[in-house]
Design a protein around this ligand. Structure first.
Ligand code: SF4
Length: 339
């Protein structure tokens, strides 16, 4: 999958004020004039992607527009057309915090769904009833797939979000019964977990949820639920490696690079790339090139140099964690909890 930042603006939150947004700190450095990815830049990226087999393959699997809030980009539809030529699966993730169905941001999303792009959203309970719910109803009439992200700061919050979605899909008719069943299974599990282990660890949570499917494709509607931990963000806007729901646990990241594969490449507005979902908060030092300014050969050379660093760096991180020195920086410049 290729994650492409098309828009830095986070819409609901003013970037200079909200230090809780996971993109706040890296995007602080980007000039306002560079908040929107331009079609010319998108075309440059697309041309480069075509010339790099690895990237072309990732793009074919999926291109995901991210940000910030992608629907804020006024040229989003034009950008969609450019990347759609590279991939049958172009999707975007929105906060769906949009005033009404006449707003230009919503009209862009409609256009994209009509062009067979997929729109997913993150549930925000504070704007669910007033803004998200009526538009989600319209989304269900325009596409037969949906992933809902649920960011949770406490396990009971997650249960509340699951129940919100269950009530909604129950009202949408028989086609969505499998979706309701999937959501109810999640809720049942979490209710039992809260009863049994109200202060469970992340490992216990994962173990408990391991036999619950995240997707259903039954009944002509594909639905997925994505439960995302809320992370502690410090006063400098940097993401801590402990999560809000499980604050006692350090969160390690399994880097795929030392394992010999690149499954995701995140491309920032600036063209800088990281081969995982991180948008720059973790300050991974090995560089993977710039999709806007570097040649395909230079990018491939850089990937190999950085891959070597990650092989030794992750091995050192594992040693440090095993030897009671978690968090100790390593000379390879990779984050200390990447293993
Ligand atoms: S080392 Fe960590 S931050 Fe760097 S690419 Fe791997 S998982 Fe991402």
């Amino acid at each position: 999958m290729l994650n492409i930042f098309v828009e830095a603006n986070c819409n609901r939150y003013v970037r200079d004020e909200c230090t809780y947004c996971h993109v706040y700190e890296p995007l602080m450095k980007i000039d306002r004039s560079d908040w929107h990815l331009l079609p010319e830049q998108a075309q440059l990226m697309a041309d480069k992607i075509k010339q790099i087999d690895l990237f072309h393959q990732l793009a074919q699997n999926e291109i995901n527009f991210t940000g910030g809030e992608p629907s804020q980009n006024p040229q989003l539809v034009e950008i969609f057309h450019i990347f759609r030529k590279l991939s049958p699966n172009v999707r975007l993730h929105t906060n769906l915090d949009i005033q009404s169905n006449t707003h230009s941001r919503w009209l862009r999303l409609v256009e994209i769904m009509k062009l067979q792009g997929r729109v997913d959203f993150t549930l925000y309970p504070t704007v669910w009833e007033s803004r998200q719910k009526p538009l989600l109803q319209e989304i269900l009439g325009l596409q037969n797939e949906l992933i809902v992200n649920m960011i949770f700061e406490q396990v009971p919050d997650l249960l509340t979000q699951l129940e919100t979605m269950t009530v909604f899909f129950k009202e949408q008719g028989v086609k969505f019964h499998p979706t309701v069943t999937l959501l109810e299974k999640h809720s049942e599990k979490i209710e039992a977990l809260i009863q049994e282990k109200p202060n469970c660890s992340e490992a216990e949570f994962n173990q408990y949820m391991s036999d619950v499917e995240s997707y259903t494709t039954v009944g002509g509607f594909t639905f997925g639920v994505n439960m995302i931990l809320g992370f502690v963000v410090d006063e400098r806007g940097e993401r801590a490696m402990v999560s809000q729901p499980f604050p006692k646990d350090v969160n390690t990241l399994e880097c795929t690079i030392p394992r010999g594969t690149i499954e995701i490449m995140t491309v920032q507005q600036t063209g800088e790339m990281t081969p995982c979902c991180d948008v720059g908060n973790l300050k991974c030092q090995p560089k993977f090139g710039n999709l806007l300014t570097d040649s395909p050969d230079a990018i491939m050379r850089q990937i190999e140099i950085s891959r070597q660093k990650m092989v030794t760096g992750t091995a050192r991180n594992i040693q440090n964690i095993q030897n009671g020195k978690p968090g100790e920086p390593v000379e390879e410049g990779i984050p200390p909890y990447c293993v």
